[in-house]
Design a protein around this ligand. Structure first.
Ligand code: UDP
Length: 481
């Protein structure tokens, strides 16, 4: 712990969605573990998620201390119901515009907090473009947290710049991303709507502002490690000319089961029960199925997933989100008698699972994922082959990294980028993709490549590893700023 780091105070301000809050919480713990005074700024109803996670490391990881400060979230002022402070609690997708509006009101309270706390640096989410101006008022550097990796940032830059989707005859024709390493192919249907359609709305205006804020901010911190995507990290730094530090996988800062169990929302299952269940299974025999904190599927898609899992013959843990149009507590989205038939073979978790605790268990041998960047990187850090089932955001780019570059995954065949509810995939495709990553020679090859990456990930965050060195270089540079 460098003594000079103690005068340096870093402040994190994550977007109010779990895919942003969880990695920032881990990142804050990483900085705190280097002796840096660390504060997370959030809203009252989101604070417990952070305090639970940071308290667990204080207790279990040698006294790492992270302070949590709150500012009011203007839900009602922006036309949201009282108590709606997280993107996952929106009752309908139409309210996302109101959510965006609410976050745009946060500049003033954030500035007040910066005035009171007097930090040396602000790491704010890319979705708060105005944070660069806020930091400038206090003459402190603003760093950006994007929530994704180098490959996706670089690929989306090249797709926006060259618009290769304009030269295809149909939505399903493949194009190669131009002037981009690796001959990466994708289709027009997989490119986000707001990139292809030139739409002007609150979201696209904010994204445009975010791009502009990137140019005037100090640089970006990336949850990734150099060995994973070195070519794309170089592309991002050299072609885009951005200052970037890779300091991940940040999830690896959770070293023991208690910390892993207390990360994110409160789990909907007793950790001892399912650990006992997993302990009774053979190594690499269970497939874990989870689509992150936002992706939605309709009841008929869930039915296909259930039938595909059953037909695959593999043991499984399947996480089904609550708050959708079907009632998860009922079983009408499951084939008749499914849970009775699957007793001992499959576990359905309704709500929230302690994901990294499950992924890191030796009985788990594969991961069906929506390719959110956190999940993708957590799957890599656990050394698992993956079935890729991208839905939205930058998830199709993450899929290409997994299947075409790293070659540690098999696509389920999701064809279309969608804003809300996932593209439909039939049970036969689910069964086939699950078998591909779980059994046979191809599965073994993917698993051994994934294992090698997991080893590299662990080395990256150890003392002297690439991410640990970048973290220290960043602290050093910011401390002397
Ligand atoms: N997660 C979890 N339990 C769940 C669902 C998600 O712990 O039941 C965590 C997961 O480990 C990851 C984050 O939530 O850290 C989801 O982020 P990701 O980027 O994968 O997807 P998003 O939710 O942003 O679509």
């Amino acid at each position: 712990m460098g003594s000079k780091n103690r005068d340096f105070h870093i402040c994190f301000f994550p977007y109010m969605a779990h895919g942003h809050m969880i990695p920032i919480s881990d990142m804050a713990k990483l900085f705190a573990s280097q002796g840096v005074k660390t504060t997370i700024v959030t809203t009252p109803l989101n604070a417990p998620t952070f305090s639970k996670a940071t308290q667990s490391s204080k207790t279990y990881s040698g006294g790492v201390e992270v302070k949590i400060k709150t500012i009011k979230f203007p839900s009602v002022e922006a036309g949201l119901p009282e108590g709606c402070e997280n993107l996952d609690s929106l009752a309908s997708p139409e309210l996302s515009t109101n959510f965006l509006k609410a976050t745009s009101f946060l500049q003033e309270p954030l500035e007040q907090l910066l005035f009171e706390e007097n930090p040396s640096c602000l790491v704010a989410d890319v979705l708060f473009p105005w944070a660069t101006d806020a930091a400038a008022k206090f003459d402190i550097p603003r760093l950006i947290f994007h929530g994704t990796g180098f490959f996706a940032m670089a690929a989306s830059y090249a797709v926006r710049k060259y618009e290769p989707f304009k030269n295809t005859l149909s939505d399903s024709d493949l194009f190669v991303i131009p002037d981009f390493p690796g001959e990466i192919t994708m289709t027009r249907a997989q490119v986000p709507d707001y990139v292809k359609e030139n739409i002007e709305n609150d979201l696209t205006r904010m994204l445009k502002r975010a791009k502009e804020a990137e140019k005037t901010s100090y640089g970006i911190v990336v949850n990734s490690f150099y060995e994973l995507e070195s070519v794309y990290a170089d592309y991002y730094r050299n072609v885009l000319g951005m200052k970037a530090w890779h300091i991940g996988p940040v999830s690896l800062c959770n070293r023991n089961n208690e910390e892993k169990a207390l990360r994110g929302k409160t789990a909907s299952i007793n950790e001892h029960d399912f650990l006992k269940w997993l302990d009774s299974k053979e190594p690499n025999s269970v497939v874990y199925v989870c689509f992150g904190s936002m992706a939605k599927f309709n009841a008929s898609q869930l039915m296909e997933i259930a039938m595909g899992l059953e037909a695959s013959g593999q043991d499984f843990i399947w996480v089904v989100r609550t708050g959708q149009e079907y009632d998860v507590e009922k079983e009408d989205w499951l084939p008749e008698g499914f849970e009775d038939r699957m007793e001992g073979k499959g576990l359905v978790i309704r709500g929230w699972a302690p994901q990294i605790l499950i992924l890191d268990h030796g009985a788990v041998g594969g991961f069906v994922t929506h390719c959110g960047w956190n999940s993708t990187l957590e799957g890599i850090a656990a050394g698992l082959p993956m079935v890729t089932w991208p839905v939205s955001a930058e998830q199709f780019y993450n899929e290409k990294l997994v299947t075409q570059v790293l070659k540690i995954g098999a696509g389920v065949g999701a064809q279309k980028w969608v804003r809300v509810v996932g593209d439909s995939v039939k049970k036969e495709a689910v069964e086939k993709a699950v078998r591909r990553i779980m059994v046979g020679e191809e599965a073994d090859e993917m698993r051994s490549r994934a294992r090698e990456l997991a080893e590299q990930a662990k080395r990256a965050i150890e003392k002297g590893g690439s991410s640990n060195s970048d973290l220290n270089a960043l602290i050093e540079e910011l401390s002397s700023h």
